[in-house]
Design a protein around this ligand. Structure first.
Ligand code: CAA
Length: 265
């Protein structure tokens, strides 16, 4: 663990014996603003956690004070279009790597999740938020627009009208408004945030890892394609799961009226 954290400047990665990894942004002096280095570290951490079979689920958090205040405005201020297309365009794939971890990924959000910070929460599978969480896309107030998936993932999640209100106005939304629009799964007091996220992770990982990976891939692929392509993808994944030991175990356990013991294969 010491070794692996040594390779990160702005991230802390912890794993527990249950197989839940916590990936915590740690750049408090800049409200966890996402500079290029931090985004690259997120990509490296995502690769590491995706490959590690002992990790069953991932929680992404910024701690109790702030989730993340967005892209690093000081780093971006003097840039021109080619810089953004090259450096940032390539490095934002760090977010996509988080999205593609084939395990449940839960954002535990407390405090501000703005701009790129909100977009980071959007690449997670579910969002658990504290009562102090605030979401927003303030890019428009800086003369730009969301550039890490906000104009694409937010409308897919909450619908185009709500997404446009958030993106066009740059206003901040409290956690209750976000719960109402379907952006967050649940709201808890700050001190319960990590336990709530872990409990949600546990409710997922008591199920088989292969089925979870397939379920995630089907929902994510399906959201990005037409219904019939998505249904064909689902049919293949559904059928393939009948070649796993977990399917035999899961159905046998039901018939024998006992709890299944999944092995993730
Ligand atoms: N980039 C760089 N530095 C940031 C930052 C950001 N996004 N957000 C905060 N900081 C820095 C501040 O400049 C300040 O640094 P100094 O101590 O050197 O002055 C430090 O963090 C503390 O910030 P504040 O004093 O402003 O803290 P606060 O608690 O009063 O306010 C806040 C917190 C509401 C989050 C406020 O900092 C803020 O509005 N931040 C900017 C939010 C924003 O506009 N985000 C969108 C960025 S663009 C983007 O995200 C593009 C994209 O899609 C990738």
């Amino acid at each position: 663990m010491g070794m692996e954290n040594a390779e990160f400047r702005y991230l802390v990665v912890e794993r527990d014996e249950e197989g839940i990894a916590v990936l915590r942004l740690n750049r408090p002096e800049a409200r966890n603003a996402l500079n290029l280095e931090l985004i690259a570290e997120l990509g490296r951490a995502a690769d590491m956690l995706a490959r590690d079979d002992t990790v069953r689920a991932v929680i992404v958090t910024g701690g109790e004070e702030v989730f993340a205040a967005g892209g690093d405005i000081k780093e971006m201020a003097g840039k021109y279009a080619p810089d953004m297309l090259n450096a940032y365009g390539a490095d934002l794939s760090g977010f996509e790597k988080i999205e593609r971890i084939p395990k449940p990924v839960i954002a535990a959000v407390s405090g501000y999740a703005l701009g790129g910070g909100c977009e980071l929460a959007l690449v997670c599978d579910m969002i658990v938020a504290s009562e102090t969480a605030v979401f927003g896309m303030p890019e428009i107030t800086l003369g730009i627009i969301p550039g890490a998936g906000g104009t694409q993932r937010l409308p897919r999640l909450v619908g185009p009208h709500r997404a446009k209100e958030m993106i066009f106005t740059g206003s901040f939304f409290d956690v209750h408004a976000c719960r109402e629009m379907g952006l967050v799964n649940s709201v808890v007091p700050v001190e319960r945030l990590m336990e709530e996220a872990k409990e949600l992770a546990r409710r997922c990982i008591r199920n088989g890892a292969v089925a979870l990976a397939c379920a995630k891939a089907c929902v994510n692929e399906g959201m990005n394609t037409d219904l019939y392509t998505g249904l064909a993808y689902e049919r293949k994944c559904f059928s393939l799961l009948f070649s796993t030991e977990d399917q035999k175990e899961g159905m046998q356990a039901f018939i024998e009226k006992r709890k299944p013991a999944f092995k993730g294969r």
